[in-house]
Design a protein around this ligand. Structure first.
Ligand SMILES: Cc1cc2nc3c(=O)[nH]c(=O)nc-3n(C[C@H](O)[C@H](O)[C@H](O)COP(=O)(O)OP(=O)(O)OC[C@H]3O[C@@H](n4cnc5c(N)ncnc54)[C@H](O)[C@@H]3O)c2cc1C
Length: 387
């Protein structure tokens, strides 16, 4: 495994980090307070090409390699995890299935505008009664001649309140189990689509999350992404990339928490000295650094495997689980170092602590990652029918 960076990768990472700190981070605290995604942050992302990093130039993307994407994602999550989450849901979770499985017409109509930031996308898998157990979704797309009629409800969907388009998983053949699920690209301005109010969340408040209700929404065969019945497999593949992104989410948040803690520890005095002089604070900072480094090495291994076209599903789970649980531990330490002020939103660690908590839940819970990791070891990596 070669983890050394080329000059181009190094320069790219430095430019992206500087850009995120200057253009994205200053609005993160206000987004958390207002509960709204900043349009200025969205425009900044578009300007930097973030939404098209993973995609080739032929569809309007940047064509960055996996290592560059990893570093850029860390920088963005460090600057503002809400912006990161909404950007990932739009260009990655919604754009991904269209790019990998969609028709040229779907790419032109939906993917390029998603990458260019002209429209916002979302990914509709979870339902009120089916999250981890994704194979038990109830949303139904019933065939009627050469059309489909969509009925059902999606819940906890990132960007749903502001999205223009969604990749929606729906059952087309109720007797075929996971093989009866189809992915549809749904224009959310269609008759019969209702967006529910955004949830009031613990963290990631600048990234709107909501539900989608479909009542007799007419879809055509052209709205099927790939082939009928392939939706479950497509969703699992999309979530594997999402897991890689979630590792960077955890690492970025933890890095922000460590840097904030170091700044605070050097400024804050107790008993006549900066608290940075206390051994108890040293130990916390050292533990943060060790944990972040371990998570970053795991994530870089996955990026390298991806870049060299090698399978890495189980290692993506290892990385996702460790990085996201690590971020919860590191942000907890950061709040502790800030004392009572860490419990207020005068400092960013309160936001980081709340934002980090999504990591072990979203894109496959920690419990499911542990299942996947154990199954890969025990029976050679059978896919499990769950997110
Ligand atoms: C902020 C936010 C954004 C989200 N964005 C999206 C999105 O864009 N698109 C989307 O489709 N979904 C999205 N989700 C939903 C998310 O993917 C689900 O919340 C997640 O998959 C868990 O599903 P659930 O909430 O239904 O929990 P459940 O599946 O009900 O799980 C509850 C608990 O039981 C455990 N559990 C369940 N089954 C097992 C098992 N077999 N073995 C061991 N433990 C188990 C879980 O690990 C968990 O601890 C989002 C959620 C949040 C909070």
């Amino acid at each position: 495994m070669d983890l050394s960076l080329t000059k181009e990768q190094e320069q790219f990472a430095q430019t992206f980090e500087k850009f995120c700190q200057e253009q994205i981070a200053p609005r993160a605290q206000d987004m958390d307070r207002s509960g709204e995604l900043s349009q200025d942050n969205w425009r900044a992302l578009v300007e930097m090409g973030f939404l098209g990093l993973h995609y080739p130039e032929s569809v309007g993307g940047v064509g960055a390699d996996w290592v560059m994407c990893a570093m850029a994602e860390e920088s963005l999550a460090k600057a503002c995890a809400s912006t990161f989450l909404s950007a990932g849901a739009s260009s990655g979770l919604c754009g991904g299935p269209i790019f990998h499985f969609g028709s040229d017409a779907q790419k032109k109509r939906w993917l390029t505008p998603l990458i260019q930031g002209d429209i916002v996308g979302c990914f509709g898998l979870t339902e009120p009664g089916a999250g981890t157990d994704a194979a038990s979704i109830q949303t139904r797309a019933k065939k009627a001649g050469d059309k489909f009629v969509l009925n059902g409800e999606k819940a906890l969907i990132t960007n749903a309140p502001i999205a223009d388009v969604a990749c929606v998983m729906a059952v087309t053949d109720p007797d075929a189990g996971p093989g009866g699920v189809t992915c549809f690209v749904v224009d959310l301005s269609k008759k019969g689509v209702t967006k529910t109010a955004a949830y009031r969340k613990m963290g990631l408040r600048g990234s709107p999350t909501g539900g989608l209700v479909f009542e007799d929404v007419e879809l055509s065969a052209d709205d099927v992404v790939g082939t009928e019945g392939a939706g479950f497999m497509q969703a699992m593949m999309t979530l594997e990339s999402g897991r890689i992104g979630m590792s960077h989410f955890g690492i970025g948040i933890a890095e922000a928490a460590m840097e904030a803690s170091m700044r605070y520890a050097m400024e804050r005095e107790a008993f006549g000295k900066p608290i940075a002089k206390k051994q108890a604070v040293h130990f916390k900072i050292a533990d943060m650094k060790i944990e972040i480094d371990a998570a970053r090495l795991m994530a870089r291994r996955v990026a390298w495997l991806k870049a060299t076209d090698q399978p890495c599903s189980d290692l993506a789970s290892v990385s996702k689980l460790y990085a996201t649980e690590m971020a919860v531990r590191v942000t907890d330490l950061a709040v502790q170092i800030h004392g009572g002020w860490g419990y207020t939103d005068d400092y960013i660690v309160d936001r980081l602590y709340r934002d980090a908590r999504l990591g072990p839940i979203g894109e496959g819970t920690s419990e499911i990652q542990r299942e996947l990791i154990a199954r890969a070891l025990l029976d050679g990596g059978q896919d499990v029918a769950s997110t």
